[in-house]
Design a binder for this molecule. Structure first.
Ligand SMILES: [Zn+2]
Length: 460
């Protein structure tokens, strides 16, 4: 299967050919650990988890590095606000990030380097940039001198005026050029800092990715990924640092996922519409959140809505209904031809909407078939497709009995309450039966009375 990805650097969809087919290397900018991950953060992580899965199917070895930014002014601000040590914030937030992403079916990357473990390498890189006249010291700061690099701005396609406008957030009198950006800045006593030839200080954000990608993947490597908002200035500056320090390209493929809105509006703290994965997981299974994120092609802007989430959950419900009752489908029964359409969609720049449509076509076929080997083979294909997307991996029973982590009742306790309800009905104590229904409804459990008895589902 030929993989094609859109390359931000060339603005074209290109055939993906790894530099070393024996070891495909990908770097993705990970979280700054100061607060819970929101759904926009999750989109990037899920998208590149899918890239990782697609690469793993195609190549024998994939090395995936996704960093943790554990030194940042937002972390310092959170520590001051909460009156705790910086480590408390970064440890707690990193653990929450791992928990939330695991619930979304995100695989652990091969390497998860932390910025604070790479300070000496950052200092070395700054020294090299100063020696090569690409950086200069000014009052305890070290800045990258943007005009020193020919071709700066090629990734984002921003011209000089746009670069200056973008960099203006931190205009400082010591800058030689308004577009220059920080490699190192001084730390006061109350802020985290490391000794350096330029005094006690801390690195600028862009530097860590240049250092950690080279350290763990080498340079150049195959794919560098992240959200569209990182193209400028973050990725542009990573390229500037890495190319100027080492006279080599940083990465051959640049992949970026599109923006995310919430109910038609920009997501922001001031609007109070920030959707945290942590909160969503209190009321919907992670697979539903993951599918909702994959229903839109990764490069397109996405509007995150309650309707989309319900749609994803209903879609999964439909697929799970078609799965074998007792255990997982036996994937040794699979006909490769049943996955052709699905695989072709994913190989073509991760066309997830088309891949999902291919799964629905399998679902239609399962629906139309009587029990038997043919139906089993289609079930196996649907399950395998789900696995390749990182969904449809629960047992049917677990899916239908899904409950949020801190739910007051267990599934068996709910089943026991349903038995009590049947007993009350048999005894014609309808008031007691209704009371049990009301009690469960209040907890978000919807009951469905059918010919085979009563089933339940947590609807929140
Ligand atoms: Zn980065």
């Amino acid at each position: 299967m030929t993989l094609k990805f859109h390359n931000t650097a060339t603005r074209k969809k290109e055939i993906f050919t790894p530099l070393d087919p024996a070891n495909v290397r990908m770097y993705v900018c990970g979280p700054t650990v100061y607060d819970f991950a929101h759904i926009g953060n999750a989109r990037a992580i899920v998208v590149f988890d899918l890239v990782y899965r697609v690469l793993q199917r195609q190549f024998s070895k994939v090395t995936y590095a996704r960093n943790i930014t554990d030194v940042d002014d937002k972390i310092n601000a959170a520590a001051i606000e909460q009156g705790v040590d910086i480590d408390v914030i970064t440890e707690k937030t990193t653990a929450a990030f791992h928990r939330d992403m695991a619930a979304l079916g995100v695989l652990a990357p091969t390497i998860e380097p932390r910025a604070t473990d790479h300070i000496p390498q950052m200092v070395t890189m700054i020294k090299v940039l100063i020696e090569k006249n690409h950086a200069y010291e000014a009052g305890g700061n070290v800045l990258f001198h943007v005009p020193s690099m020919e071709g700066y701005g090629a990734l984002s396609g921003r011209d000089r005026d746009e670069q200056i406008a973008g960099a203006r957030v931190d205009v400082a009198p010591y800058k030689k050029d308004p577009a220059d950006f920080v490699l190192w800045k001084p730390s006061t006593k109350d802020l985290p800092g490391w000794d350096s030839p330029w005094g006690r200080g801390r690195p600028g954000w862009h530097l860590e990715c240049s250092v950690m990608s080279r350290e763990h993947l080498g340079q150049p490597f195959d794919i560098h990924g992240g959200g569209l908002d990182l193209v400028f200035p973050h990725h542009e500056n990573e390229i500037a640092q890495s190319q100027c320090a080492h006279d080599e390209t940083l990465a051959t493929f640049w992949m970026h996922n599109g923006y995310l809105m919430v109910e038609g509006e920009k997501m922001s703290k001031s609007l109070g519409n920030v959707v945290l994965v942590h909160d969503l997981l209190k009321r919907v299974p992670g697979e539903a959140i993951r599918l909702a994120l994959l229903m839109t092609h990764y490069r397109k802007p996405m509007d995150w809505t309650e309707g989309r989430l319900s749609e994803a959950r209903a879609q999964l419900l439909n697929w799970y209904r078609l799965m074998p009752a007792e255990s997982a489908a036996d994937e040794s029964n699979l006909n490769a031809s049943d996955l052709e359409e699905f695989d072709a969609a994913l190989a073509d720049d991760l066309k997830t909407p088309a891949a999902i449509a291919a799964m629905n076509s399998l679902a239609d076929q399962i629906q139309a078939l009587p029990d038997g080997p043919e139906r089993n083979a289609k079930q196996a294909a649907l399950q395998a497709a789900g696995r390749h997307l990182g969904i449809l991996q629960s047992s049917k029973a677990d899916w239908f009995q899904w409950l949020p982590v801190d739910f007051p009742l267990t599934a068996s306790k709910i089943d026991a309450r349903l038995s009590d309800r049947i007993k009350a009905r048999v005894e014609k104590d309808y008031a007691a039966a209704d009371q049990i229904r009301d009690e469960l409804t209040q907890l978000g459990i919807a009951l469905q009375d059918g010919p085979d008895g009563t089933s339940w589902q947590f609807e929140g």
